[in-house]
Design a protein around this ligand. Structure first.
Ligand SMILES: Nc1ncnc2c1ncn2[C@@H]1O[C@H](COP(=O)(O)OP(=O)(O)OP(=O)(O)O)[C@@H](O)[C@H]1O
Ligand SMILES: [Mg+2]
Length: 500
């Protein structure tokens, strides 16, 4: 028994000296061996080591093929590890995340983390290779980042199958949760550098509107929310019935009734990006298709004021009705002119193709939203069900809508003045935008009551105006009738005279 420690000591000594000799020989080889021979030697040692090693390694590189687009697998792994490594890794790096006010952590280079999946242990390392800089290269520094996954070969089937699938799926979900949502536009003002072929420019989408803050009848609101949520959860359903996973909404109603606000609320509810498509800036149908292909899934494609965007109906030149406010009119006329000068050649059939042609199915999980002030002007082909599946009318503010706004703007649930407002609202039409404007405190000293009075005043003025208008209209009718009547009389008189 006493022999054991001495044998151990001897063994350690022998091993130590063997390693020392090996290091010495290796140093000699490195110094005197020609480069090629050394490479050869290294390569074979590597192969032999791999042959005997029970571990399998998988690398996932950041860029594959051209350098323009990051590999989706890398991005997903990065997100997966950022969520799972921040608890165990010791060196982390932080980047700005959603809403620009929280930091997203991910593992730093050369950091190793362990993960477990159904009892199997795996190791992830974030690493990079820096290739020599070529003097004339476009990208001066060629850093190739990659993640390396190591696991025991007995788990091969499970890791390459189920585990990687789990990583990519979870990574994608984490990315959706953490991403900053974007508002895209195809504005013609800015030409992208040619290497970046994208046709959309974007900014971070930060509209605060939600369905909670929207003035709408509660039933209607509930119906719209349920419709949207059902859509976003129906991937399997759409696949089963053989329909592309997209849905069209037509929002119509007078100016200032919350069409644009509702689009923002939809995006916030579903966590989607918004693509605001300016049709007048699109050159032709081909360009329209290109724009469509570049949109990503989980997004809302919006075409505002579809009735005056293009000559889709042949009625574009007609002036709007009375309901159109002056500044609105102006804005829309400017739009019409720019449509003409931009000589956009997008046609109705091009647009129909955009909405439900073969290309529209690529990507999936998309809403297409049209807004208009004059639904009756639109071509029936454009808004038939299947293209625009749900038609939502946004109309003048009712008492329920007012209560939502009063709660948002003034933090009021009830007030003695509410009854008067309810009464007036039944008599006159007022848009939610006007109600909102009146409820907005105009100075730091304005209290809730003052704002309510200001709304009552506005309602009374509107009522007087409406009454005056109605009176004028009746007076006009009476005059016309009396003129007609006079005419008839004189004809009768003439006839009488003639018979005499
Ligand atoms: N239903 C509503 N709920 C809450 N706020 C509203 C509502 N409708 C309008 N508003 C307020 O009025 C303003 C104008 O509304 P919005 O831009 O959505 O109108 P719109 O229907 O898109 O008008 P247009 O037809 O002129 O584009 C918004 O800033 C919003 O604050
Ligand atoms: Mg609008």
């Amino acid at each position: 028994m006493e022999m054991v420690p001495s044998t151990m000591t001897e063994m350690w000594t022998t091993m130590g000296s063997t390693i020392a000799s090996f290091m010495f020989i290796w140093a000699i080889i490195r110094q005197y061996c020609p480069y090629e021979l050394r490479r050869y030697f290294e390569k074979y040692t590597h192969t032999i080591m791999t042959y005997f090693s029970p571990y399998i390694k998988i690398s996932i590189h950041e860029f594959t093929g051209d350098r323009l687009k990051r590999s989706e697998a890398y991005v997903a792994v990065e997100a997966y590890l950022s969520a799972n490594s921040s608890k165990t890794a010791k060196r982390l790096k932080a980047e700005m995340g959603k809403d620009s006010n929280n930091l997203v952590l991910s593992m730093d280079e050369y950091e190793k983390v362990t993960d477990e999946f159904r009892g199997a242990k795996v190791w992830w390392v974030a690493s990079k290779v820096v290739s020599a800089t070529r003097p004339m290269a476009y990208y001066p520094e060629q850093e190739k980042r990659y993640y390396r996954l190591t696991f025991h070969k007995r788990y091969r089937e499970m890791i390459t199958g189920a585990y990687l699938e789990h990583v990519v799926k979870e990574g994608k979900e984490i990315r959706v949760r953490n991403r900053q949502r974007k508002l895209y536009t195809n504005s013609p003002g800015y030409k992208w550098p040619s290497y970046k072929q994208t046709m959309w420019s974007h900014i971070v989408f930060e509209h605060p509107a939600t369905f909670g803050t929207m003035a709408l009848e509660p039933d209607k609101k509930k119906e719209i929310i349920e419709d949207l949520v059902t859509f976003s959860e129906s991937k399997e359903f759409y696949a089963r019935i053989g329909k592309a996973w997209k849905r069209g909404y037509l929002l119509y109603g007078p100016p200032g009734t919350g069409k644009s606000t509702m689009i923002a609320a939809m995006a916030n509810l579903l966590n989607y990006d918004v693509y605001d498509l300016e049709l007048t800036a699109v050159k032709d149908n081909t360009e329209l298709r290109k724009l469509l292909i570049e949109t990503t899934s989980k997004s809302i494609i919006v075409i505002e004021d579809i009735d005056c965007s293009l000559d889709l109906t042949g009625q574009r030149k007609k002036k709007g009705g009375k309901a159109m406010a002056d500044d609105e009119k102006e804005r829309k006329e400017v739009k019409e002119e720019s449509g003409n000068s931009g000589n956009s050649k997008v046609t109705l059939s091009g647009l129909l193709n955009f909405i439900d042609g073969l290309w529209s199915a690529c990507g999936g999980e998309r809403l297409i939203v049209f807004t208009t002030n004059y639904v009756e002007k639109l071509d029936p082909a454009l808004i038939r069900r299947g293209r625009m599946d749900k038609h939502i009318e946004l109309s003048y503010c009712g008492f329920e809508g007012f209560k939502v706004l009063a709660k948002n703007y003034l933090k009021l649930e009830t007030h003695p003045l509410f009854d008067a407002i309810d009464g007036l609202m039944k008599e006159v039409k007022i848009t939610p935008a006007d109600v909102a404007e009146n409820l907005m405190p105009k100075s730091p000293l304005d209290d809730a009551e003052k704002c309510l009075w200001s709304l009552i005043q506005a309602l009374e003025e509107a009522k007087e105006e409406a009454e005056a208008e109605a009176e004028a209209a009746t007076a006009k009718k009476v005059v016309e009738q009396s003129q007609d009547g006079g005419g008839v009389c004189s004809e009768n008189c003439m006839a009488e005279k003639a018979s005499e």
